[in-house]
Ligand binder design. Structure first.
Ligand code: NAG
Ligand code: NAG
Ligand code: NAG
Ligand code: NAG
Ligand code: NAG
Ligand code: NAG
Ligand code: NAG
Ligand code: NAG
Ligand code: NAG
Ligand code: NAG
Ligand code: NAG
Ligand code: NAG
Length: 450
């Protein structure tokens, strides 16, 4: 008997009762519902939070906490675009349970690994829930808007003018490797959250924050200076960020900036943001092969790690939001989404269940890769073909009903986990860890060149 490992489950030929393949025809909504349901079930196969002794909200090993936040965001998209509420109770339970002791998505459980970017992906799920009027938690639990604002506020408190004239470090905690690295996903996510909070609440302070983060990223060259708008991975704080940024380009970073600009344009109607949206959109061409999305930095080299294999999911989500918010972008974006949805669907005929999704959608059929990220990316591609059939994100006065607070996350005084409490000893520790990170980034680069 041949067995195939899927998450923690072991699927074996002798036991499996039915093998169902994914079939997708975009002219036929029933085929989209059927195909997406198979892929969604495959995604939730990795969810272990309902099993005895496991933690609510968390997916199986080796998927990190941050990716669970990303996955719940995908399930919100599945619910919203395909009108299927099968998983809504689990989504609500997970997003509340993991909100942490201070309701800011910094649960103590995760403090050994959590970075600014990790926190942000849960905060992004929370603002999505608010913008879609997703079922509000009971009144004695934290609310979606509050959670998104607390995420934003605690991140903004970590804005570090001590080096590089600003910017967020990758890590929250000095003992984590990467504390001496200022990267695009952390700063891009702060920008993105600011843009969405501005549009949802109508509070102009968030626009000022978005401008501050954008200008800083541009100044430090994490965003390329010309008409072509690329987003690079990050830069070391040593030498005050004067070094050359690590030049990897990831789809999710491009998407955080692209859609953040789209939210700001939709809200402020300031042409600056409209032009920038188009610049990030046009420059996203580098991630498409005949309109099929791919993770250009690692996919064709076989070097995408578990995290990176989920990045396409967020990028498609952010493309869908951009199409909703700026009508002129729709033809270009929907062509990419539709073509990628069809390509991803034909990659989802793998595994013993017959509907496991692959990584490379240009490959003829399943390419042998499988995992939470593969399921998430294919699901986002499929459900976003319907993004224009649903209302664009609500704000607080035209459909959103979530409650928040401008001071969310800061009522109990500044967090004692802020980088302001760094001691000389922990700085030395951070330096050693930074060396290790530096070396592994260089090693990764060498792999790519080979
Ligand atoms: C879907 O409809 C469009 C236009 O109505 C048509 O061009 C296309 O061939 C159809 N696709 C399939 C798979 O039937
Ligand atoms: C969708 O699934 C249902 C139930 O399994 C089936 O009856 C129907 O034929 C399927 N439709 C398509 C278009 O695949
Ligand atoms: C809703 O989702 C569940 C789980 O993915 C699936 O079994 C069910 O068939 C879906 N319903 C429809 C109408 O597609
Ligand atoms: C923290 O971890 C413990 C042990 O893994 C688990 O039982 C508990 O549910 C976790 N709490 C949260 C909020 O994740
Ligand atoms: C660091 O760079 C910023 C500009 O990015 C500059 O304003 C600041 O003076 C520099 N600090 C040091 C210590 O060189
Ligand atoms: C919400 O959007 C509507 C337009 O759809 C606008 O009139 C209203 O001012 C917005 N509310 C806030 C709080 O910005
Ligand atoms: C984006 O590309 C289109 C052509 O596809 C072009 O018309 C437009 O001017 C470009 N916009 C920007 C801001 O580069
Ligand atoms: C904002 O989004 C709405 C909904 O898609 C759209 O009707 C409106 O034209 C957008 N506003 C701008 C300035 O693009
Ligand atoms: C994408 O597919 C949807 C159907 O799901 C269709 O309404 C839309 O016209 C298509 N757009 C493009 C650009 O192919
Ligand atoms: C683009 O897709 C084709 C198949 O459609 C494939 O042969 C080619 O290798 C792909 N190129 C890249 C850069 O992925
Ligand atoms: C939002 O949710 C509330 C509470 O469930 C409901 O009363 C209201 O009709 C919903 N509004 C929209 C626009 O969906
Ligand atoms: C606007 O947002 C800022 C930044 O989070 C906050 O300090 C302020 O209290 C908010 N203002 C209102 C009226 O909510």
């Amino acid at each position: 008997m041949v067995c195939y490992k899927k998450g923690l489950a072991l699927l074996c030929t002798g036991i499996l009762s039915s093998v169902q393949a994914v079939y997708l025809n975009l002219n036929d909504s029933q085929s989209l519902n059927n195909a997406s349901a198979l892929v969604a079930v495959g995604l939730m196969d990795y969810y272990t939070g309902t099993q005895y002794g496991q933690t609510i909200g968390m997916f199986s090993n080796p998927y990190y906490w941050w990716e669970a936040g990303g996955a719940w965001g995908c399930m919100l998209d599945y619910w919203y675009f395909l009108n299927n509420d099968t998983y809504n109770d689990l989504i609500l339970q997970a997003l509340v349970y993991q909100s942490g002791e201070r309701n800011d998505y910094v649960p103590l459980n995760q403090s050994t690994t959590e970075g600014n970017d990790d926190q942000a992906f849960w905060g992004i799920a929370a603002i999505t829930a608010a913008e879609r009027n997703f079922t509000n938690p009971p009144p004695d639990e934290p609310q979606w808007l509050y959670l998104a604002q607390a995420t934003f506020n605690t991140m903004a408190l970590r804005w570090d003018t001590g080096t590089c004239n600003g910017g967020l470090r990758w890590q929250i905690f000095v003992w984590n490797s990467g504390y001496d690295y200022k990267n695009s996903v952390s700063n891009g996510a702060l920008f993105h959250l600011a843009a969405r909070l501005a549009r949802y609440t109508g509070n102009h302070t968030y626009v000022e924050w978005a401008e501050r983060v954008y200008d800083w990223m541009l100044g430090i060259k994490l965003i390329s200076p010309g008409e072509t708008k690329y987003v690079y991975d990050g830069v070391m704080v040593t030498d005050n960020c004067s070094g050359t940024p690590v030049s990897y380009q990831w789809t999710y970073n491009q998407g955080l900036l692209l859609s953040g600009c789209a939210y700001l344009y939709n809200y402020t109607k300031d042409e600056t943001w409209g032009t920038r949206t188009w610049q990030f959109l046009n420059s996203s061409n580098v991630f498409f092969n005949n309109s099929v999305l791919y993770e250009a930095t690692c996919q064709n080299y076989g070097t995408c790690n578990n995290d990176q294999r989920s990045f396409k999911a967020y990028f498609i989500r952010f493309l869908g939001a951009t199409a909703q918010l700026i009508p002129e972008t729709r033809d270009k974006i929907m062509n990419w989404i539709n073509t990628s949805a069809l390509a991803s669907a034909q990659s989802c005929n793998g595994g013993l269940d017959g509907h496991t999704c692959g990584l490379d959608w240009s490959h003829d059929g399943w390419d042998g890769y499988y995992g939470l990220g593969e399921q998430m990316a294919a699901l986002e591609a499929m459900v976003n073909t319907k993004c224009l059939d649903k209302p664009p994100p609500y704000n607080s006065t035209n459909g959103g009903t979530s409650n928040g607070s401008g001071a969310a996350g800061t009522e109990q005084g500044a967090t004692n986990l802020s980088p302001l409490n760094i001691t000389a000893g922990s700085k030395a520790g951070a330096a050693i860890i930074t060396c290790v990170i530096g070396i592994s980034i260089i090693t990764a680069g060498v792999w790519l060149i080979i």
